[in-house]
Design a protein around this ligand. Sequence first.
Ligand code: NAP
Length: 335
Amino acid sequence: MLAIIYERQGQPKDVLQVVDLPTPTPTGNQVLVQVEAAPIEPADLAVVRGVYRTPQTAPTIPGLEACGRIVALGPDAKHYQVGQRVMALPFKSPGWTNGTWQQFWCIEETELFPVPDVVDSATWSQFFITILTPWVMAVEEFRLSQGQNLLVTGAGSTVGQVLIQISRLMQFNFIGVVRRPEQVQEILALGASHVICSSTEDITQRAMALTQLQGVNAVVDAVGGTVTSQCFRALADNGKMFVYGLLALERESAIDIRKMLFYNLSLQGFWLPGWWDKSDPQYRLQVTQNAASLVAQGYLTAPVDSIFSARDVKEAVIKAESPGNKGRVILSFMD
Ligand SMILES: NC(=O)c1ccc[n+]([C@@H]2O[C@H](COP(=O)([O-])OP(=O)(O)OC[C@H]3O[C@@H](n4cnc5c(N)ncnc54)[C@H](OP(=O)(O)O)[C@@H]3O)[C@@H](O)[C@H]2O)c1
């Protein structure tokens, strides 16, 4: 079977290799999944580079998420049947050493979640990182109500675009921040209420003006550095901010402590695996089912920029990090 491996960490285009490996046989409670689609997410590339949360020592096959179909069951597997469609839960160890970037993925059945056929594989393959992350931040954690203002940096990112859909569905006012002026019209066309361009405008001043000097109720920040500082200053009384990405690669941000103190502001990191681990299993299952049902009904989707054959992984990883993508770059393992 075709698999993508790396033997040393480094730039993905340099270290990723396409190889032919024996198809594994499921044992115990494992199942064998024929992978249809696997996304290339920033976290996957950070793992390959060795700069993700925990540097891994013996990486082989990357890939945190996927959608595919079960083609064989181990002797003790009892929750699935051959032919069932599933997506991967990206929260445990498999993505570090036995990831999803392979044609046939042998995995414990507890690492999977069933999905219906009504939605395509490219969407389901990125459900947890791209759809559940923004859903949990905006709806479950912030608990914003109709008409409140949500400021989102990296608004053109795949997660940012899902936040536009969530805002429309829940009737929040989505104020996006982008770095390129030409992106302003694109993000407005997707349904943002307002878009601020960080390279030509001061985020704090513009956000305050847009909210009649009240400030925004919540911020979801994927960028870091000075963007974080400017967004934090734009929070309203009792405002809340999550930092969930480090796109600018700046580890430090200046925070206005006086404003934090007198306006009861909160600033917190958000990492989906951490939220998953600390959440009650019944509650997180319920949240997952609610969000998955909105996907199945067509209310939420994960934007796709392009689909590459897994054989062309080097071109695909370059495209995944090119400016101006309209959504996720997906690897197909079906040809
Ligand atoms: N904490 C979590 O649990 C979690 C979950 C999901 C995602 N994330 C993180 O969230 C971030 C966004 O993820 P994604 O999958 O949505 O990304 P993505 O689809 O790959 O999009 C990346 C976006 O970031 C923009 N960008 C790149 N560098 C930037 C910079 N220095 N300043 C401002 N914007 C910049 C790009 O804009 P251009 O079009 O201008 O290039 C593009 O819109 C990533 O850092 C990812 O690791 C975290």
